[in-house]
Write a protein that binds this ligand. Structure first.
Ligand code: TPP
Ligand code: MG
Length: 578
C-alpha cells in the first residue's frame, strides 16, 4: 500500500516515539482510533497526521466499538487508554474479543519507566491484568524498538486465531526523541486474516471423500466462517456438493437463509416456536458433520447435545486447539476460505451422485421445517393486540432488510430474537452478536464501531433495556461523532433472561429483575438524539422507515411484552407451563 512509501518519505520529520507510533499505525492502514485523548502524545500525533479519533465516553464502550469496527471492516482495530482505572475497563471488551476471535490492538499507557514499582499514580500490574483477556501483551522499554513492537502487536492480533494484543507504552518513552530503528519497516499488517492457510492435500482429500461418500452429511458453520471471504466459499461448497448448512449464532449470515439447503441457526434455539425444533432432526440423523470455524461451545451445540455421538466429524478451524476440544475430528487446520476452496477443488475429482440424489429430499425436509416454523410463530409474529412481541418487530424488520444491512445486538434476548427470527438474504450478510462472552451493554458500542466501518450501509442496534443502561452515555458519542445509527431498545421493563431463568431454575426471582419505568426517549433527547416511543404495532413500521431513511441517528423506545422469551432450550418448561 502507498502508506509505507509515505511513511518512508516522512521519516526524517519524526521527532518523538509517539509520532513514530502514529506513523506505524498509518503504515498498517489505521485511519480510525477509539480513544479518549490518552495516551495524549500518541493521540495528538495521530490526529496531526489525519487519523480520526472516535472518542468514547467510557473504556468498556471504546473497546466494544473497536470490536464492532474490526468485525465489519476486516481491518485490525485500535483502541487506546490511560493506565490504571482506564486499563481495567478495557478488560471486558478485550475478553469478548478474545473469545470471539476479533483482532484489536490496545495501546495502553504505562507509568514512567523510572517510577515503576514505587506506587506511582494509577500504577497497576498491566501484564497480570490482561493475562486472561489478551492473546499477547508486551511493554516497550526501548524507543528505537517501537516499530518492532507495533508490528508484533498487529501480527499477534491478525495472525492465526485473531484476538486482542496489548501494547504497554510508558508515558516518558512516548515523549522521548525517536532514535533511528535498526531498519525501516514497510509492511502493512492491518487486515485479517493475516496469513491464509490450508491443510495438506492428503487431509483435504480425505475430507472430500468423506463428504462425497457420506449418507447424510451436514455443515455447522460458526463465526470463523465469516472471516476472509469464508462465507462466499461456503456458499459455493453448499451449492456444489448439495450440503445442508446450519449455522451457530455467530455464524448467522454465512449462507443465504433463503437458499433451499440452508437450515438456519441451531444451537440452543430449539424450544417451542423455533426453527431448530423442526430442523434439528437433520443433524440428529447426520453421519458426517463438517464444522467450520466454531469453538463448539455450550450455546452453539445446546450443551454439546446436538451433534450425534456416532457421526464422523470433520473440523475446519484456524486454531488447532479448537479441533478435538469437544469432538474427535478429522483435523483441517486452516483459514475458512482457503480450506473450503481446497475442499471444493478436491471434490471435482469425486462423484457427487450420492449428494445429488439426496438433494431433493434434503431440500424438502428443510422447506418443511421453515414452513412449520412459520406456522408455529404466526400468532406472535402477527399479534397486533397487547404489548408488542419482539417477533412482530422481527417481521417488520425483515421486510426492510437489504443484504447490506447489518443488525447488531446486545447480549440476552436481543441476540436470540435476531439470530432465531430474522432470515439472512445473502451469503456473508452480517448479524453481529456479542456471543464471545455475552456481556450486557455491548450492543450500542458494537453498532457504533460497525457503522463507522460501513458508513454507507444501514446499521441497526437492537438492545434490551437492561443492557442498554450500561451504555446510555455513548448516545452522546453518537451525536458528537455524527453516526447515523438506528437504536431499538426492547423496553420490557425487566432483566428478562435473568427473571425467566430464575423462574425456571428456582420457581421465583430476586428483587433485581424489575426496573422502575425508564423513558429512553428523554435520555436520548437529553443527548441531542432524536427519539420515538412506540407502544402500538401500527406505529412501528413508520418508526423503522424513519430510522432506515439514514438521515441521522434515531432511538426507538419500543415497549415490548415482558412475558416474551425466545425459544431457547432452557425455557421449554416455562413454555409448557404458560
Ligand atoms: C455484564 C453482564 N452482567 C450480567 C449478565 C447476566 N445477564 C444475562 S441476561 C441478563 C438480563 C438482561 O436484561 P435486558 O438487557 O433488559 O434484556 P432482556 O433479557 O430483558 O431482553 C443478565 C442480568 C451478563 N450477561 N452480562
Ligand atoms: Mg429487558
Amino acid at each position: 500500500m502507498s502508506i509505507s512509501g509515505e511513511s518512508a518519505a516522512t521519516t526524517p520529520m519524526i521527532r518523538t516515539v509517539a509520532e513514530r507510533v502514529a506513523y506505524a499505525l498509518q503504515r498498517h492502514g489505521v485511519d480510525t482510533i477509539f480513544a479518549q485523548s490518552l495516551p495524549s502524545a500518541v493521540i495528538l500525533a495521530a490526529e496531526r497526521i489525519g487519523i480520526r479519533q472516535v472518542s468514547y465516553r467510557q473504556e468498556n464502550m471504546g473497546g466494544a466499538m473497536a470490536d464492532g469496527y474490526a468485525r465489519r471492516s476486516g481491518k485490525v482495530s485500535v483502541v487506546a487508554a490511560q493506565n490504571g482505572p482506564a486499563a481495567t475497563l478495557l478488560v471486558p471488551p478485550l475478553a469478548e474479543a478474545l473469545k470471539a476471535s476479533v483482532p484489536i490492538v490496545a495501546l495502553v499507557q504505562e507509568v514512567e519507566r523510572d517510577q515503576v514499582d514505587r506506587n506511582a499514580f494509577q500504577e497497576l500490574d498491566h501484564l497480570a491484568l490482561f493475562q486472561a483477556c489478551a492473546k499477547w501483551i508486551r511493554r516497550v522499554v526501548v524507543g528505537a524498538r517501537i516499530d518492532d513492537y507495533i508490528d508484533a502487536a498487529f501480527t499477534a492480533a491478525a495472525s492465526g486465531r485473531p484476538g486482542p494484543a496489548v501494547l504497554l507504552l510508558p508515558a516518558d518513552l512516548l515523549r522521548e526523541s525517536a532514535s533511528a530503528p535498526t531498519f525501516e519497516r514497510r509492511s502493512s499488517f492491518g487486515h485479517w486474516p493475516l496469513d491464509r492457510m490450508q491443510p495438506d492435500a492428503s487431509t483435504i482429500e480425505e475430507a472430500a471423500r468423506a463428504i462425497a461418500e457420506a449418507r447424510s452429511p451436514v455443515v455447522l458453520a460458526g463465526g470463523g466462517a465469516h472471516s476472509g471471504g469464508g462465507a462466499t466459499e461456503l456458499a459455493q461448497l453448499q451449492e456444489m456438493a448439495s450440503l445442508p448448512v446450519f449455522t451457530t449464532n455467530m455464524g448467522k449470515g454465512a449462507v443465504d437463509e433463503h437458499h433451499p439447503l440452508s437450515a438456519g441457526v441451531l444451537g440452543s434455539l430449539i424450544g417451542p416456536r423455533s426453527l431448530g425444533r423442526h430442523s434439528r432432526v437433520l443433524l440428529d440423523q447426520a453421519d458426517l458433520v463438517v464444522l467450520v470455524g466454531t469453538r463448539t461451545n455450550q450455546n452453539g451445540t445446546d450443551n454439546w447435545r446436538l451433534i450425534p455421538p456416532e457421526a464422523r466429524i470433520v473440523h475446519i478451524d484456524i486454531d488447532p486447539l479448537e479441533i478435538g476440544r469437544n469432538y474427535e475430528s478429522l483435523r483441517l487446520v486452516g483459514t475458512a476460505a482457503e480450506t473450503l476452496r481446497a475442499l471444493r477443488e478436491a471434490l471435482k475429482e469425486h462423484s457427487l451422485v450420492l449428494r445429488q440424489q439426496a438433494r431433493p429430499s434434503v431440500e424438502a425436509r428443510i422447506a418443511a421445517a421453515w414452513q412449520a416454523f412459520e406456522e408455529d410463530r404466526f400468532t406472535v409474529t402477527h399479534r397486533t393486540e397487547g404489548p408488542i412481541r419482539p417477533e412482530f418487530l422481527m417481521r417488520e424488520l425483515q421486510a426492510r432488510l437489504t443484504p447490506e444491512t447489518t443488525i447488531v445486538t446486545d447480549a440476552s434476548y436481543s441476540s436470540f430474537w435476531v439470530t432465531g427470527q430474522l432470515r439472512s438474504l445473502q451469503a456473508g450478510m452480517r448479524f453481529i452478536t456479542p456471543r464471545g462472552l455475552a456481556g450486557l451493554g455491548w450492543g450500542l458500542p458494537l453498532a457504533i464501531g460497525v457503522k463507522i466501518a460501513r458508513q454507507d450501509h444501514p446499521v441497526i442496534a437492537i438492545v434490551g433495556d437492561g443492557g442498554f443502561a450500561h451504555s446510555w452515555a455513548e448516545l452522546e458519542t453518537l451525536i458528537r461523532s455524527n453516526i447515523a445509527l438506528t437504536v431499538i431498545v426492547l423496553n420490557n421493563g425487566i432483566l428478562g433472561f435473568q427473571k425467566h431463568a430464575e423462574t425456571v431454575k428456582f420457581k421465583g426471582y430476586t428483587s433485581a429483575c424489575h426496573f422502575s419505568a425508564v423513558d429512553h426517549t428523554k435520555i436520548a433527547e437529553g443527548c441531542g438524539c432524536p427519539a420515538l416511543r412506540v407502544e402500538r404495532t401500527e406505529e412501528l413500521g413508520a418508526a423503522l422507515d424513519r430510522g432506515l431513511a439514514g438521515q441521522g441517528p434515531l432511538l426507538i423506545d419500543l415497549i415490548t411484552d415482558p412475558g416474551a422469551f425466545p425459544p431457547i432450550s432452557l425455557f421449554e418448561k416455562l413454555e409448557e407451563a404458560a
